[in-house]
Ligand binder design. Structure first.
Ligand code: GUN
Length: 281
């Protein structure tokens, strides 16, 4: 049996530290750290995510400003709200929950958020800074993965890392973070030839493709570190990851469970980024 990477425990520890930093900020500057959370429409998954983000803010003492707008909100209405939040001194981070309803231009909306308040790390400037290994705000999920590796003293330096998935939110920033940490990085995706063979060479395998139990034992090297970013449902409707945990757990040296692995770290890193944004302001 491999060692379980306990994301939940690390999230609890980091939130405790963040709570102290938030209190210190308040004591020093005489004001709260603020995060604006904008949700447009009624997407049920987004509603749950936003609720959890607001709850997490309360837990560490960050003041949240929640904006729930109807599905038929126009681009002008949403833009003017964001512009207000950009100008507001009490708002240090702005999060627009994605996906937006189809009639709204996501790129145009996100471009209104300045890099200094982009606590999701989604904007081109923050991603560009990450690519150049400069000070930036890093996308929450991959940043959480790096914190987990650090906690378990897994140093990517010189290791062969394979990232399965090339999304802008997870796969690409994950690959850049591992590269910045001196790993030798390969990014695989749906068009990759010899996928199994490439994954089976990985010392560190990060999987973020959104396909239930896709990675089996034949794709994992003996002793590999396996990080599962997936949040899927299996054939019985039970929550599972992109990795077939039962099949892989005895082959990996370290593995993240689902739930309780990467998931709890994502929101923690949002809080972390918000504190960082406030401290830099
Ligand atoms: N939708 C799904 N994940 C995320 C996220 O991390 N940030 C935002 N803003 N929207 C999302």
């Amino acid at each position: 049996m491999s060692i379980l990477i306990d994301g939940k425990a690390l999230a609890v520890k980091m939130r405790g530290e963040l709570k102290e930093r938030v209190a210190a900020y308040r004591a020093e500057r005489g004001k709260d750290i603020g995060l604006a959370v904008v949700l447009v429409g009624e997407d049920p998954a987004s509603q749950v995510y936003v609720r959890n983000k607001i709850k997490a803010c309360e837990e560490v003492g960050i003041r949240s400003y929640s904006y729930k707008l109807p599905e038929n909100t126009s681009e002008e209405q949403l833009s003017s709200l964001i512009e207000e939040l950009v100008a507001a001194e009490n708002v240090h981070g702005i999060l627009v929950q994605l996906p937006l309803p189809k009639h709204l231009n996501e790129r145009k909306i996100l471009r209104l958020i300045p890099p200094s308040k982009d606590v999701d790390g989604f904007c081109a400037e923050n991603i560009g800074n990450l690519a150049m290994n400069r000070e930036t705000i890093v996308s929450c999920t991959p940043y959480g993965v790096m914190k987990m590796l650090e906690e378990y003293k897994i140093d990517p330096k010189g290791k062969r890392a394979v990232v399965l998935g090339r999304s802008n939110i997870v796969g690409k920033p994950m690959a850049m973070l591992l590269l910045n940490a001196d790993a030798t990085v390969t990014v695989c995706h749906s068009k990759t030839h010899d996928l199994k063979e490439i994954c089976a060479q990985a010392d560190i395998l990060v999987v973020a493709i959104g396909r239930a139990k896709f990675v089996g034992a034949d794709m994992v090297k003996e002793g590999a570190v396996v990080i599962d970013v997936g949040m899927d449902r299996d054939e019985n409707g039970k929550l599972c990851g992109d990795v077939d945990f039962a099949a892989v757990k005895d082959k990996a040296s370290y593995i993240t469970p689902v739930p309780g692995g990467v998931g709890p770290m994502t929101i923690t890193m949002l809080l972390y980024n918000t504190v960082l944004a406030a401290s830099r302001s």
